[in-house]
Design a protein around this ligand. Structure first.
Ligand code: FES
Length: 344
């Protein structure tokens, strides 16, 4: 059996697994069209991404300095699966599925079922939005967070694979036994420290957000020349890196709805920079972010207005991303999980 017998990805008569749907998207850049409009608006397509991307690829979930102390815990929802990465006593990192995959709400809130993840007061489950890092000191035996994330016997939780590249943490939850998805590490310069970070949420599909970020960074690169030294890189599926001469911005893209994406930002720079140099470097990045957010929101608006879905793909970054996404959609897998399994 190659796919779950009950799994179909059809929305209003459109079968997202039908390769013919994407044939015009495979043309060379300049001739190719965008993905079908529903790829940016459909909850069914979001479920397909869960099955073909989020549960298969190495996904960037944050950075190691965010969980610098023993027992610090970083929650992250990959697709519809709630995991965490925790710093161990010996300094290493461990990944696990949360104990409470859907722990507090007696029924999954309607807005979650339609792709609008909710700010649940209970926990970061596969249907709610993640909370920020939980400090190790909070995770005492009787703390509610202990029960929600770790349970009484964390060793019995389902493991999630974890790797690092520089300070960045990647997780992989592919359930296929004995198969390890290739990990394409981003190039990371030595000697950069994480100086700050925050989250922003913008109204655009995550795929449009990634393309907008890279395109806006490249327009700075072309316009700024030697002054700005801006370079950008989109590491499939959800990490965008934007580098200037003195600073690097890592943006982890996390869908919170079909038309909404959380941008989890980390600013890195060299430790020997003065405050003024650091502020100047971050200023460039913040202006760039503002432009990219406006661009992503505008592209989302265009997609929603475009009824034909036959729009030429004008973003080279978007086109390159689409080729990888279509490759993932065409892949067949021997293992799957639509719902998390629990041992604990
Ligand atoms: S526990 Fe899942 S939405 Fe509340």
């Amino acid at each position: 059996m190659l796919t779950h017998p009950e799994t179909i990805y059809i929305d209003e008569g459109v079968d997202f697994l039908d390769a013919r749907l994407y044939s015009a998207c495979r043309a060379p850049f300049g001739l190719a069209i965008m993905l079908p409009r529903r790829a940016y608006t459909s909850e069914v397509f979001q479920r397909l991404e869960n099955e073909k991307v989020w549960t298969r690829d190495w996904v960037c979930v944050g950075s190691a300095p965010e969980i610098g102390e023993p027992h610090d815990l970083l929650p992250y929802t990959i697709g519809q699966h709630a995991i965490h990465v925790q710093r161990q006593e010996d300094g290493s990192l461990i990944g696990r599925f949360n104990k409470a995959q859907h722990g507090g709400c007696r029924a999954i809130p309607a807005q979650c079922r339609t792709g609008k993840k909710t700010k649940c007061s209970y926990t970061s489950c596969g249907y709610s939005r993640d909370r920020d890092v939980i400090q190790g000191g909070v995770l005492t035996e009787l703390a509610p967070q202990m029960g929600q994330y770790l349970g009484a016997v964390p060793e019995r939780l389902i493991p999630a694979k974890v790797k690092t590249s520089g300070p960045l943490i990647f997780a992989n939850i592919d359930p296929t036994p004995d198969v390890e998805r290739q990990f394409d590490q981003p190039v990371w310069p030595q000697n950069l420290v994480r100086l700050s970070g925050h989250w922003q949420e913008h109204r655009s599909n995550w795929k449009l957000a990634g393309a907008a970020l890279v395109d806006v960074a490249r327009s700075y690169e072309a316009g700024g020349g030697a002054v700005n030294h801006v370079a950008s890189e989109w590491c499939f599926p959800n990490l965008v890196l934007i580098r200037t001469r003195h600073a690097t911005l890592a943006i982890v893209l996390q869908p919170t709805a079909m038309d909404q994406t959380l941008w989890r930002l980390s600013f890195f720079s060299r430790p020997d920079l003065s405050y003024a140099e650091h502020d100047a470097a971050c200023g460039v990045l913040l202006r760039l972010l503002e432009k990219a957010a406006a661009e992503a929101t505008s592209r989302q608006g265009d997609i929603e207005l475009c009824l034909s879905g036959e729009t030429t793909e004008r973003s080279r970054a978007g086109w390159q991303f689409n080729q990888l996404l279509m490759q993932r959609i065409a892949e067949r897998h021997v293992s799957y999980w639509n719902a998390p399994l629990m041992h604990a």
